[in-house]
Design a protein around this ligand. Structure first.
Ligand code: SAM
Length: 472
């Protein structure tokens, strides 16, 4: 039944194939010879199959696990350097007709405050986000064809891109809305979105149906095949993810990689990003009610194994995770993080009163964006506000080939430094600005091509003099 090229969810995420893979991985978890062979293949940086990756995930030989972590770090450095791209979620509406049992936006929740931003309120939210320094947003909404139809989402995107406050602008809008039709994906593409993100929640069909008992999201095949429709609609940057805690992590990990293989096999390009959310406490949601929660060590192992299995895929971690957890995993392969996030509708412009709770989940990392930027710099990372790739048409396989050719260092590092410079001048605290400018001076030497370095040096001065939005 298993067929990576099939367009049917139950064939490209074939349950028997997942189970056979898990069985094989478990039986080989101390097979040193096999693990060495897989690690050798991983060192070629061309990725691993879901079967090979599952063996590494189960591997319980401590020295081999150390090798896995070291390789994940190395691959992250080779492909993404020490850059971390910043973004923030923007919640548009929490009206929802689904019954997802882990999400407080579920339809039966009668006491959560339901809110939907008007276009005027979006201007206020975006202004507040720009005042923090954000350039890249992920818009989020519940599924509700009456309250949040595609026309509403499109209007919101238009409004977001139109707000120009002081030196601010939102240059990339990623979209995390429910699975929809090819026609609607096409409209999102036309609206100029960056990545279309849709979390699978769980790949386990039986559990999926129980966890989504009512509403359109109940349809496993429609949800699981959404990325194919998105790609048919012309969106070639798609973001996968599972909500860890709902099902056995080994199952999710294997199926997630099968999904990536499927996209590569059918569309010639794998996922642009993979997100790794874990269930959090929320209004009427208690994470301990879910049996499959994972500890921080398992979480780190998953991230390292994803990194070496799909080296060209960005990996995202949100403020669901605490500072300590982010510190533990960021070097293992994360390329994007959110900062200063609010998960309530309208939460940036006006912090809400406790009795008006509209949050989707509790944020663990509650630091401001400036604090997160400062912390990244202290940790040896370059916070980047770059949005250049999709604006320069480097999406889908064009982005992947840039990544594979290693040319990314002549492009991404300069863009990171120039956008960081904009941030430091326009929004940073004096302390963050000082350490950031020092970092930029040091990092200039790491731009491989001299000609590019000269242009960057010139542009840094231009930014100092008030010009904005330079990019390669
Ligand atoms: N409603 C859309 C959908 O169904 O895909 C949009 C996404 S929703 C606003 C964003 C994501 O938040 C969900 O896909 C889910 O994985 C995650 N989420 C929901 N409840 C959560 C919770 N209690 N803790 C952590 N993440 C949660």
């Amino acid at each position: 039944m298993y067929n990576a090229k099939s367009l049917k969810a139950e064939e490209f995420i074939d349950h028997d194939e997942v189970m056979a893979t898990l069985d094989y991985a478990w039986k080989n978890r101390h097979n040193e010879q096999l693990i060495d062979t897989i690690l050798e293949k991983a060192k070629l940086r061309k990725g691993l199959s879901h079967t090979e990756a599952a063996v590494l995930l189960d591997c319980d030989i401590p020295e081999k696990n150390e090798e896995i972590y070291a390789l994940a770090k190395q691959i992250k450095e080779d492909f993404y350097g020490n850059r971390i791209v910043m973004f923030a979620p923007l919640y548009l509406s929490n009206y929802c007709v689904n019954g997802c049992v882990y999400c407080p936006y579920h339809m039966k929740n009668k006491h959560i405050a339901r809110k939907k931003l008007t276009q005027e309120e979006i201007v206020k939210e975006v202004t507040a986000l720009q005042d923090m320094g954000h350039k890249r947003l992920a818009i989020e909404a519940g599924e509700d064809p009456v309250n949040n139809p595609i026309e509403y989402i499109l209007d919101c995107i238009k409004t977001i891109y139109s707000v120009k406050h002081k030196n601010g602008s939102i240059r990339r809008v990623n979209v995390n809305i429910a699975a929809t039709t090819v026609e609607n994906y096409h409209k999102l593409k036309e609206a100029g979105i960056g990545t279309y993100i849709l979390f699978q929640e769980t790949y386990h069909k039986e559990s999926y149906e129980k966890l989504h008992p009512t509403g359109p999201k109940h349809n496993y095949a429609y949800h699981t095949e959404a990325m194919d429709r998105a790609m048919d609609g012309g969106i070639d940057d798609v973001g996968l993810g599972v909500l860890f805690g709902l099902e056995l992590y080994r199952y999710e990990f294997t199926a997630l990689l099968m999904h990536a293989e499927h996209l590569e096999a059918v569309h010639g390009v794998g996922p642009h990003t993979i997100s790794v959310p874990r269930i959090k406490k929320a209004d009427d949601i208690d994470p301990s009610a879910f049996d499959n929660g994972i500890d921080d060590d398992t979480f780190a192992k998953i991230i390292a194994c994803i990194r070496i299995s799909v080296p060209y895929t960005g990996m995202i971690i949100s403020t669901r995770e605490s500072q300590a957890c982010r510190e533990k995993v960021i070097g293992l392969g994360i390329s994007q993080i959110s900062g200063g996030s609010k998960t309530s509708v309208g939460g940036y412009a006006e912090p809400e009163l406790p009795e008006e709770c509209s949050e989707q989940f509790d944020v663990s990392d509650t630091r401001t964006l400036d604090q997160v930027v400062s912390w990244l710099i202290d940790g040896g990372y370059i916070p980047s506000f770059c949005t250049a790739c999709y604006r320069e048409g480097r999406t889908g396989d064009r982005f992947m080939s840039l990544c594979k050719s290693g040319q990314i260092s002549n492009c991404c590092l300069p863009n990171a430094l120039m956008t960081l410079q904009e941030y430091l001048i326009d929004y940073a605290s004096p302390e963050t600005r000082e350490k950031g400018e020092k970092l930029i001076r040091e990092q200039l030497a790491n731009i491989p091509r001299e000609k590019v370095r000269e242009i960057v040096e010139k542009n840094l001065v231009n930014i100092e003099n008030g010009q904005r939005d330079f990019r390669f």
